[in-house]
Design a protein around this ligand. Structure first.
Ligand code: COA
Length: 320
């Protein structure tokens, strides 16, 4: 593996990130991208498509035994020049990945940048499908987009307390065991154990941001929690989020006011960006209302949705 490959890969990926409005284009961001891609190039496999003028496309992969989501996975990083002929990129990737994919005997972890449509096409030809879309929101812009958002009567939003933990654990764990298609790893034992520790720590942490929705009998019927990352090098102070409603309050328009309360809490903490992956139509809809940027799509084997399920996100951002 040559350092030149890694340099070229970082340059391609940096160029792609620059197409996202909230991205913070700094040397620290370039360093973060380099750190992320280094194991692909030092302990993984790499293929490059080169022309006289230099590298056109790179695909690199390495095995990660211990991922944040709790399943050993092959992480693939695929990037290409924006001006490369789409047909050429697609055909090259099918040729290179076709023989390699069957040897990757674990989950795949592949987030493909929104602008890499030839990669989408190649992965689909190889039998992978979109599992979720990753959306990046800007807190002020999102609050402005949501506008006034009253809660349906009988419900209220409050900070999560230690006493709420059993109800929140049960709601999260039961939901994703019943509906794994909307979060395939959320019921994995390692993920569940990590989530419990995070929520237990959050109720002791005065800067944590965890909200619950209560009904008129004081039962917990909804939860949204921030995973704060105040030193993020790509986006500045940012947060990812987890979101869950009991069936009793779904479909009643509670998500808009809950997002609003959640975002106001992020703003108070100096957080400007929030990120999350989703396959939920309600989340994709409010993503448009909040003008969230489509960062990319996660692909898996046996993905449960057709490409049509994500069409409105993909079409709206075809030029992203
Ligand atoms: C994701 C979840 C919180 C959505 O809650 P919900 O109760 O369906 O959402 P709401 O009824 O508040 O709808 C929110 C908005 O989406 C719209 N919406 C709902 N379903 C829609 C659909 N199928 N297509 C398009 N828009 C839709 C609503 O009209 C509403 O828009 P509005 O505020 O402009 O009127 C809920 O389905 C849930 O808890 N699921 C289980 C946990 C989960 O999957 N979490 C992962 C989330 S990424």
């Amino acid at each position: 593996m040559s350092g030149v490959d890694l340099d070229e890969h970082v340059a391609l990926r940096l160029e792609a990130f620059r197409r996202h409005r909230p991205f913070r284009d700094t040397p620290a961001a370039a360093a973060a991208i380099r750190e992320y891609l280094t194991p692909h190039h030092t302990s993984g496999s790499m293929r490059a498509l080169r022309r006289e003028a230099g590298v056109v496309a790179i695909a690199a992969w390495h095995f990660v035994p211990d991922t944040w989501f709790g399943a050993p996975s092959w992480n693939l990083a695929i990037d290409h020049r924006a001006d490369a002929p789409a047909d050429e990129i697609e055909a090259w990737l099918v040729d290179e990945l076709g023989p390699a994919l069957p040897t990757m005997d674990a989950e795949l972890d592949v987030l493909v940048h929104a602008s890499y449509r030839p990669v989408f096409a190649a992965l689909q030809r190889l039998g992978l499908g979109i599992d979720s879309v990753q959306l990046v929101g800007e807190v002020d812009r999102a609050i402005a987009g949501l506008g006034d958002a009253p809660l349906p009567s009988g419900l209220r939003i409050e900070s999560m307390t230690r006493e709420d933990l059993p109800s929140v654990f049960a709601m999260l764990e039961d939901t994703f065991a019943e509906e794994p298609e909307h979060g395939w790893f959320c019921a994995l034992p390692k993920f569940v154990a990590k989530q419990r520790v995070e929520l237990e720590n959050a109720v002791e942490d005065t800067n944590a941001h965890q909200l619950v929705v209560r009904d008129d009998r004081d039962r917990v019927v909804g939860h949204v929690g921030a995973s704060l990352d105040l030193g993020n090098r790509l986006w500045g102070p940012c947060s990812s989020l987890g979101l869950c409603f009991a069936r009793s309050i779904r479909g009643r328009g509670v998500l808009r006011p809950l997002y609003r309360a959640f975002l106001e809490g992020l703003r108070t903490r100096g957080v400007g960006v929030f990120r999350g992956g989703t396959s939920r139509p309600a989340v994709m809809h409010l993503g448009r209302v909040m003008d969230r940027t489509f960062q990319g799509a996660s692909f898996r084997r046996n993905a449960p949705f057709s490409a049509e399920h994500f069409a409105r996100v993909l079409d709206a951002n075809a030029a992203a």
